[in-house]
Design a protein around this ligand. Structure first.
Ligand SMILES: Nc1ncnc2c1ncn2[C@@H]1O[C@H](COP(=O)(O)OP(=O)(O)OP(=O)(O)O)[C@@H](O)[C@H]1O
Length: 261
């Protein structure tokens, strides 16, 4: 008689259903549905203007959707935004920093905003500094940091409350190749115990950091799969070829414009 191995439950941490955002007559996000489980790193790919940042801003509760639902760890972002936000770490596309603070001062401030104090605050700040390799600049004023370190300081603040869900908008943008490599490794490592959604333009990041990826075009998901599945789908073994095949170039008119022409 065979003994059944108990299956490890895979918790859905991010659940997006039929998410739509219209800005006037422009539909930026069009009935988007996807989910991310604990232990998954979902890469969010797409050309400029595809709707990636708009989706992320809705998932983090900073932008109200036109319609659709978003749940973080089963909690509705629309109905219970404060509860849901406690479980999210968010690195926005252009994250705000206080230039006259030191890295540690800024992270202390961020921890206080998250309601941490005393030993818990100290531990959270130390852990974030260590995780993002900021030890060497911890006492340095933010306005004297290089772009890479500023970026990692932003990333560190998103980790302070040890969130179960991480939403990272182009986390490797503007970094040099070594820093890109480090941040990708970090995302992979963090993804072992969290659910991560991160957007990027860099296709090699799919293989380097993601367990799954979606390609978004004009607010709709046009491809969804593991890095291996995406490579197979390309037919040529090149993610760039697949990306070019399924997305619209800037110069091509939108269908409405074609009809109107
Ligand atoms: N506040 C806004 N008002 C009007 N239109 C907006 C607004 N925010 C975004 N858009 C439009 O929505 C579309 C999607 O934008 P979004 O920033 O989400 O794209 P993206 O995929 O993140 O692009 P990128 O890769 O360039 O960052 C774009 O056409 C953009 O101009």
């Amino acid at each position: 008689m065979s003994v059944k191995t108990p299956s490890i439950p895979s918790f859905t941490m991010i659940e997006v259903e039929n998410l739509t955002k219209r800005f006037g007559s422009k539909t930026a996000v069009d009935h988007l549905s996807f989910s991310v489980k604990k232990g998954e790193v979902l890469g969010f790919l797409g050309p400029n203007g595809a709707g990636k940042s708009t989706t992320m801003r809705m998932v983090t509760g900073f932008l109200p959707p036109t319609s659709g639902s978003i749940k973080i760890c089963g909690i509705s972002v629309i109905q219970k935004p404060t509860e849901a936000k406690k479980r999210i770490g968010y690195l926005p596309e252009s994250a705000p920093l206080y230039n006259d603070m030191t890295v540690t001062g800024f992270l202390n401030f961020g921890a206080e905003i998250r309601g941490l104090s005393g030993a818990a605050k100290r531990e959270a700040v130390e852990k974030a500094i260590e995780t993002c390799f900021l030890q060497g600049v911890a006492r340095q004023s933010i306005d004297t940091l290089s772009k890479g370190y500023r970026h990692r300081t932003c990333l560190a603040q998103s980790l302070l409350h040890d969130p179960e869900v991480l939403i990272l908008d182009e986390p490797t943008d503007g970094l040099d190749p070594n820093q890109k490599h480090e941040v990708r490794q970090l995302i992979r490592r963090l993804g072992e115990n969290k659910a991560i959604l991160f957007s990027t333009h860099i296709l090699e990041e799919v293989e380097a950091a993601c367990t799954r990826a979606v390609i978004v075009d004009r607010g709709k998901i046009v491809v969804d799969g593991t890095p291996q599945e995406l490579i197979e789908k390309s037919g040529t073994g090149s993610l760039t070829d697949l990306f070019r095949e399924v997305t619209t170039r800037d110069t091509e008119p939108a269908p409405e414009e074609e009809e109107a022409a």
